[in-house]
Design a protein around this ligand. Structure first.
Ligand code: PAF
Length: 280
């Protein structure tokens, strides 16, 4: 496994390989958990060469505090990737990616970025789009892998690839969960014991909401979710939405020719957890 910090060097290594090889990219911000590793395993099966990037991207954080506290565990990450027989790890510094201009590009995702995460985290998706576009340009992968936990991010990246006509296949990967249902996230390591014990209620509530859909009135499902989550002192609901998977707009009425998902964001203290579930 080669660990590379410079874009030019990474490109040189990739160029040495036969053009017929399938290159897979798994972009991450490090603090790797089993969810990331399951994605790397899948990429290894589907590609000839797997590049994992580890870069805590400053332009996608709306709060300096969150960026500062984001877990950084490079040494362990590299050991885990070595065990997965990852081929290349790209670990650039901020200057390598942004030079002296640490700003996101303003992007147009046809409104997909205006709801849910985008509504609550200013400029977040411009930051995500900016870094993913830069990584795609550097690595030029055939396939790129993204977890469905960040479902809105996945749809936005698909939109960016469509709009910019990049020839990259975006591969969605299932949400990986702890035994008690909590969606794996690098942020979980920051939860206190009490918060960690409360957090599985998020997925349990999504499952209950799914069982109520679509028979129950949408407003009643909303109220139910709010009461469930806020009923636990360690948790506070930020939003719960039932939305069309293509437009990400929350629905008013149910149309069984369309696909819907429920999306949730919850605070445990200052730690923000998100999850989602397919409803039909
Ligand atoms: O999902 C993430 O970890 C990040 O948003 C990503 C896609 C690596 C971009 O920084």
């Amino acid at each position: 496994m080669k660990v590379i910090t410079k874009a030019r060097e990474l490109q040189n290594v990739l160029n040495q390989h036969n053009k017929t090889q399938v290159i897979g990219l798994v972009p991450t911000m490090g603090a790797l958990h089993l969810g990331h590793l399951s994605i790397v395993k899948r990429a290894k099966l589907e590609c000839d060469m797997v590049v994992v990037s580890i870069f805590v991207n400053p332009t996608q954080f709306d709060k300096a505090e969150d960026l500062k506290n984001y877990p950084r565990t490079l040494e362990t990450d590299l050991q885990l990737l070595e065990q997965e027989q990852c081929d290349l790890v790209f670990v650039p510094q901020v200057e390598e990616i942004y030079q002296n201009d640490v700003k996101p590009e303003v992007m147009d995702f046809d409104g997909l970025d205006k709801v849910m995460e985008g509504a609550f985290r200013k400029d977040h998706f411009d930051g995500v789009g900016t870094i993913v576009k830069k990584l795609f340009t550097i690595v030029n992968p055939n396939k790129a892998y993204f977890g469905e936990k960040d479902f809105q991010q996945l749809q936005i990246i698909k939109k960016m690839v469509d709009k910019t006509k990049m020839n990259i296949q975006i591969i969605p990967c299932d949400i990986y969960r702890e035994d008690d249902g909590l969606a794996m996230s690098s942020r979980n390591t920051r939860l206190s014991k009490v918060q960690r014990e409360a957090a599985p209620l998020i997925y349990a509530t999504l499952l209950q909401a799914k069982s109520l859909f679509p028979q129950q009135d949408l407003g009643d499902i909303q109220t139910f979710v709010q009461q469930q989550i806020n009923g636990d002192e360690a948790l506070k609901l930020e939003y719960f939405e039932i939305a069309d998977v293509d437009t990400l707009l929350s629905i008013k009425t149910f149309d069984d020719s369309k696909q819907y998902r429920a999306f949730i964001a919850v605070f445990a203290g200052s730690i923000r957890l998100i999850d989602n579930i397919a409803l039909n």
